[in-house]
Write a protein that binds this ligand. Structure first.
Ligand code: SAH
Ligand code: MG
Length: 221
């Protein structure tokens, strides 16, 4: 099965095609483990289509968390504000109606489960092991770090941690996702896989697997 490019091209969002294709491929490998995938930052569903289409092939489930009130930079007056997503009745951003519409159009309603809430609140009572965690929520350091801290412990051995919007050069973009990526790398718990554009890909080591360079100070800063 391939994802529906026409639908994807018409969905508002922040997911590059090549990165999306990579999300799809990693999700295919992840879901074969028999454990669900989870993303933080649904917005209008662009990344959910890439991940969800792969998950659907194996009759799996993708949990997609968002409070649907938008990140700081998506608020009125900010750089990424989209007036079409503003609900004048309640005076706030609401991306949930469009997200649900996109899932319906993409045939993913029985695959992607929207969870409406703040990532750290959802995490409070979470107890299900995950084969993939994709962090693409708020980009303030506290938010990105909290997402990492809340969810990293649920990734199964061999499972994946993906982080979006990694800019090694501060002139190209905010540094919080990159800083969190560095923290994850230096934990010594992950194998680093090739990055695709701004998408960082780490794989949780298997039990008993020793990372390269562990005893040579590579992970000690
Ligand atoms: N993955 C999307 C883009 C996500 S934009 C795509 O492919 O287009 C970031 C989203 O994270 C916004 O919709 C915002 O509402 C959400 N968000 C920010 N901080 C959050 C938090 N603490 N908990 C849940 N969602 C959050
Ligand atoms: Mg992003």
């Amino acid at each position: 099965m391939e994802f529906n490019v026409e639908i994807i091209n018409n969905v508002k969002g922040f997911m590059d095609e090549e990165e999306g294709q990579h999300l799809f491929e990693i999700a295919l490998a992840a879901i074969r483990t028999g454990y669900p995938c989870l993303e933080i930052g649904s917005y209008c569903g662009k990344s959910s289509i890439y991940l969800g289409t792969a998950v659907k092939e194996n009759k799996g489930v993708l949990f997609s968390i968002d409070h649907h009130r938008g990140s700081e930079e998506q608020q009125p007056g900010e750089d990424y504000f989209d007036p079409e997503l503003y609900d004048h009745r309640y005076s706030h951003i609401d991306t949930l109606p469009l997200f649900r519409q996109v899932l319906e159009k993409a045939g993913l309603e029985d695959t992607v489960i929207p969870i409406v809430g703040k990532s750290d609140v959802v995490a409070r009572m979470w107890a299900t092991p995950l084969s993939l965690v994709f962090i693409d929520g708020g980009h303030a350091f506290e938010t990105a770090y909290t997402d990492y801290n809340c969810w990293v412990g649920h990734i199964i051995p061999g499972g994946y941690l993906l982080i979006h919007d990694i800019f090694k050069n501060p002139e190209e973009g905010g540094q919080a996702p990159f800083n969190v990526y560095q923290i994850a790398r230096s934990s010594g718990l992950f194998k680093e896989l090739p990055m695709v554009k701004t998408l960082g890909v780490l794989q949780r080591l298997q039990c008993g697997e020793i990372p390269e360079g562990l005893n040579q100070g590579k992970f000690i800063s």
